[in-house]
Design a protein around this ligand. Structure first.
Ligand SMILES: [Zn+2]
Length: 120
């Protein structure tokens, strides 16, 4: 039986992918327009800067979702926790698995994103 939070988190994580894809498309679109459309230089710079700003905003939201949706599970003590936003930004990651310090045992490990906070 899934809790409401688990279902909401799952939706959020799906939304995160779309936010990231749209952010990348905006940036690539802006670069393509600036590269191929006949425009004065200042307009090219504005378009690329605008695309970059939208991309950064998308990254901000995607990482915020990454932080609050679900939990990270420590490989050593299997305790689940929600990291701070700063930890999520600074941590190395492969997909959704992040190299984080566990607040329970203090050890660093590659921690998987899990939706449930119950013991598995
Ligand atoms: Zn731990």
């Amino acid at each position: 039986m899934k809790t409401q939070k688990e279902q909401a988190d799952k939706l959020l994580l799906t939304a995160e992918i779309w936010i990231a894809v749209l952010g990348i498309m905006f940036l690539l679109g802006a670069v393509a327009v600036a590269a191929f459309v006949e425009l004065p230089d200042f307009a090219r710079i504005l378009i690329i800067a605008g695309g970059a700003v939208i991309f950064l905003i998308a990254c901000f939201f995607a990482l915020k979702i990454e932080q609050v949706a679900g939990y990270y599970e420590c490989k050593h003590c299997h305790k689940k926790h929600v990291p701070t936003y700063k930890q999520v930004i600074l941590a190395m990651h492969m997909g959704r698995t992040r190299y984080l310090k566990c607040p329970n045992c203090g050890k660093k490990s590659w921690q998987k994103k899990v939706l449930s906070d119950k013991e598995s």
